[in-house]
Design a protein around this ligand. Structure first.
Ligand SMILES: C=C(O[C@@H]1CC(C(=O)O)=C[C@@H](OP(=O)(O)O)[C@H]1O)C(=O)O
Length: 421
C-alpha cells in the first residue's frame, strides 16, 4: 500500500504525469510551528533539473500546504500537502506503448494491475518521493526541536569510485580497496560526527570531497554521453537519537530502516554499521566495548553496531548505507522483447537521471526521519503508560537500572526525564 508508519503515518499519492503529487501526514504532534519554508529546502534539494547531473525535467516542486495547520501551527489533524506536476511530456513515451522498459516497473505493474499509467514512470517514478521528502521535513522539525536530532546523508560512491573512509577528505579509489569499506576509520568516524548538509551541498555530486566528487562528476557525465546510466551509494548518519527506540522482535530499528530505505525507487542494498564487512571480523574485534563517558553516562568505545544493538538504539551515532542501481531508462539502443513477444530494439526517449544518488540524498534523510519519528512516538506512548503505574521497589537489582550514573544517560534530555527515554 502507499502508507508508511504506525503512529506517524504518511500516505503518498500521485503519478509522474498526473495533476499533482503529495501526501497526507497523520499523527504529527499538535502545537508545532510549521511553514512551507520548513519543507521547501529539502524538496528543492530533491527536485529534478537542479544540475547537469540530473534529469532535465524542470519542475519547481513548490509545496502547497492544504490542511492541518492554522496560524502557522500544527493542529494535530492530518496535514495535507501537494506539489503540482508541471513539466510533463507524455508524447515522449510512444515506444513504451510497444516495449516494457527493461528493469523498469512497466511490465510488473501491468502484470499486477492489468492496467498502467500510459506515460512516464507512473507510480514507480521518483516523483512519488516528493510526498516522503515533505513528510520527512515535518518529522525532522519535531525531531530537531524535541531532541536535537541531526540527520545528514551524503554520496559515498558512484560506480566504482568510492569516497575512501581511510582518508575521507583527500583520497579516492577506483580499484577495490578494503579501506574503502572500513566504516570505522578515524576519518570516517569524524566525518559521521561532523558532516553538515551545507558541506554536502557544496558539491554537485553531494560527495563531500572535492577530488572524489570531481571523479564522480566525470563518471556520471561519461554515462550520460554514452546514453547510459550508473549507480552508487548514499551513506546516512543520525546524530542525537534517543536511546531505547526500536520494537523487538520484528520491528527492530534497523529492520524498519531497511524497510524504509528499500522502499525508495532504484534501491538494491542496505547495510547498517559494519554491514557485510562485519561478517569478516572476529567477535573480539567487532564487539563495541562499553566505556564510562566523562559525564557519567555509558557509551561504547567503537561503533561497529551502527548505534543499534538488539534492534534498539543505544545513543551512539546511527549510520547506514543504501545502494542504488543504475536507472533503468536509457536512450542507448538495447535489444529486448516487445509486449507481444516480438524482439526489437528500444532506445527510450524522455528525460531521465544518468545517476540518481545526488538527488537520493534528501530522500534517504526523509525516510530516516520518518522511521525515527514513528519509533519515538511508539516509545513515548509506552513510557507514558508505564509512568502511571505505582513504582516497584521490591525488584532485585538484576532487574532494574543499576545506578543513578547509568540512569543519567536515559534522562539526558529534559523532555526525556518525563518519559525516561
Ligand atoms: C521527474 C522526476 O524524476 C523522474 C523519474 C523518472 C522515473 O522513471 O523514475 C523518470 C523521469 O520522469 P518521467 O516520468 O517524466 O519520465 C524523471 O525525470 C522527479 O523525481 O521529480
Amino acid at each position: 500500500m502507499s502508507t508508511f508508519g504506525k503512529l506517524f503515518r504518511v500516505t503518498t499519492y500521485g503519478e509522474s504525469h498526473c495533476a499533482s503529487v503529495g501526501a497526507i501526514i497523520d499523527g504529527c504532534p499538535p502545537g508545532m510551528e510549521l511553514a512551507p519554508s520548513d519543507i521547501q529546502p529539502q524538496l528543492s534539494r530533491r527536485r529534478p533539473g537542479q544540475s547537469n547531473l540530473t534529469t532535465p525535467r524542470d519542475e519547481k516542486d513548490l509545496v502547497q500546504l492544504q490542511s492541518g495547520i492554522e496560524q502557522g501551527v500544527t493542529l494535530g489533524t492530518p496535514i495535507g500537502l501537494l506539489v503540482r506536476n508541471e513539466d510533463q511530456r507524455p508524447k515522449d513515451y510512444s515506444e513504451t506503448d510497444l516495449y516494457p522498459r527493461p528493469s523498469h516497473a512497466d511490465l510488473t505493474y501491468l502484470l499486477k494491475y492489468d492496467v498502467k499509467a500510459s506515460s512516464g514512470g507512473g507510480r514507480a517514478s521518483a516523483r512519488e518521493t516528493i510526498g516522503r521528502v515533505a513528510a520527512g521535513a515535518i518529522a525532522e522539525k519535531y525531531l530537531r526541536q524535541a531532541y536535537g536530532v541531526e540527520i545528514v546523508a551524503f554520496v559515498t560512491s558512484v560506480g566504482k569510485i568510492h569516497l575512501t573512509t581511510s582518508s575521507a577528505t583527500t583520497a579516492s579509489s577506483e580499484a577495490e580497496n578494503d579501506d574503502a569499506e572500513d566504516p570505522l576509520s578515524p576519518e570516517f568516524v569524524k566525518l559521521l560526527s561532523t558532516i553538515t548538509r551545507q558541506q554536502v551541498d557544496s558539491f554537485t555530486t553531494r560527495c563531500p570531497d572535492s577530488e572524489t566528487s570531481e571523479k564522480m562528476t566525470k563518471r556520471i557525465i561519461r554515462a550520460k554521453e554514452a546514453m547510459d546510466s550508473i549507480g552508487g551509494t548514499v551513506t546516512c548518519v543520525i546524530r542525537n537519537s534517543p536511546v531505547g527506540l526500536g520494537e523487538p522482535v520484528f520491528d527492530k530499528f534497523e529492520a524498519m530502516l531497511a524497510h524504509a530505505m528499500l522502499s525508495i525507487p532504484a534501491t538494491k542494498g542496505f547495510e547498517i554499521g559494519s554491514g557485510f564487512k562485519g561478517t569478516e571480523m572476529p567477535g573480539s574485534r567487532h564487539n563495541d566495548p562499553y566505556v564510562a563517558r566523562p559525564n557519567g553516562t555509558l557509551g561504547t568505545s567503537t561503533n561497529w553496531s551502527g548505534g543499534i544493538q538488539g534492534g534498539i538504539t543505544n545513543g551512539e551515532n546511527i549510520y547506514f548505507r543504501v545502494g542504488f542501481k543504475s536507472p533503468a531508462t536509457i536512450s542507448q539502443p538495447q535489444g529486448t522483447a516487445q509486449y507481444d513477444g516480438s524482439s526489437g530494439t528500444l532506445a527510450a526517449r524522455g528525460r531521465h537521471d544518468p545517476c540518481v544518488v545526488p538527488r537520493a540524498v534528501p530522500i534517504v534523510e526523509a525516510m530516516a526521519a520518518l522511521v525515527l519519528m514513528d519509533q519515538i512516538l511508539i516509545q513515548l506512548a509506552r513510557k507514558s503508560a508505564s509512568r502511571l503505574l505505582p513504582s516497584l521497589s521490591h525488584l532485585p537489582p538484576s532487574m532494574v537500572m543499576p545506578s543513578k550514573a547509568v540512569l543519567k544517560k536515559f534522562s539526558e534530555h529534559p523532555e526525556a526525564e518525563e518519559v525516561a527515554m
